[in-house]
Design a protein around this ligand. Structure first.
Ligand code: ATP
Ligand code: MG
Length: 250
């Protein structure tokens, strides 16, 4: 009966969760391999996707290819084969002149944080905005917002050597987020920190995910991975050997 069918259809519709179009993945690797000149294959036929607003860890033994993966995403290296897509852009098609624009979409945090030691905390965090041509008044606001986020507003005039290791790492994170990039990638961001501080820093990344950023963190810290309960991508000699959903992390 049409009326019944209509009712059934209405009910079915009411009971179905709203299903918006799934967002395009922010990261997509398709059969990516990387061989350094004169070296063996650091990544082999790696394929995976990371959706908008998703957070994942990349783990694996030393030399597994974690840093290489992040370098491909930040355009610090190019793949030997396969396609790396970030925000729908095939990085293989990005010319040298387009690299700064792409980098503004990708906040990068390094284990050794790579701060300018003779410049103030403020100047370090401001740098990406200077490069991007953001006007000074706007820069001040954004730098202070980023420093507040990582709890370092009171230290803006100091130089990095006057800060602890954890504080320096947080300056690096502030610098990575100051441009509000949709994608944040971090290579062993807690490698030099004690466990308590590591958990705090990781909490910051979770906060960025909660406000909509996509976050990929390389770490070999299993304690942290278990504690955070996020998706885990496992590399072994350049190959993806496991991809554990957040709900399955025990
Ligand atoms: N610039 C380079 N030139 C030649 N080989 C390299 C280069 N960078 C990395 N490799 C090699 O590629 C492989 C993967 O290195 P990668 O730094 O990606 O590993 P990783 O998982 O980050 O290790 P770690 O946990 O020690 O940081 C290793 O065998 C490494 O020696
Ligand atoms: Mg590494």
């Amino acid at each position: 009966m049409p009326a019944r069918a209509g009712l059934a259809a209405t009910l079915a519709h009411a009971m179905l969760p709203a299903s918006p179009e799934p967002a395009a993945p922010v990261i997509r690797l398709d059969q990516v391999s990387k061989r350094y000149p004169g070296g063996h294959e650091a990544l082999s036929q790696l394929s995976f996707e990371l959706g908008a607003g998703e957070m994942a860890f990349v783990t694996g033994h030393s030399g597994a290819g974690k840093s290489t993966l992040l370098k491909l995403l930040g355009l610090l290296e190019r793949p030997s084969h396969g396609a790396v897509m970030v925000g729908g852009v095939n990085l293989g098609s990005v010319r040298r002149s387009g690299i700064p624009r792409l980098r503004r979409q990708v906040g990068m945090v390094f284990q050794d944080h790579r701060l300018l030691m003779d410049r103030s905390v403020f100047a370090n965090v401001e740098l990406p905005l200077v490069v991007a041509g953001v006007p000074p008044a706007e820069r001040g606001k954004r730098v202070r917002a980023a420093l507040e986020k990582v709890g370092l507003l009171a230290h803006e005039k100091k130089s990095p050597p006057a800060l602890s290791a954890g504080e320096q790492q947080r300056v690096g994170i502030a610098r990575a987020i100051v441009g509000k990039p949709p994608l944040l990638i971090a290579d062993e961001p807690t490698g030099n920190l004690d466990p308590q501080l590591a958990v705090e820093i990781m909490g910051l990344f979770v906060e960025f995910q909660q406000v909509g950023a996509t976050v990929l963190v390389a770490t070999h810290d299993l304690f942290l991975i278990k504690r955070m309960r996020k998706r885990v991508i496992v590399l072994d000699h350049g190959r993806l050997v496991d991809d554990v959903a957040a709900a399955e992390v025990v």
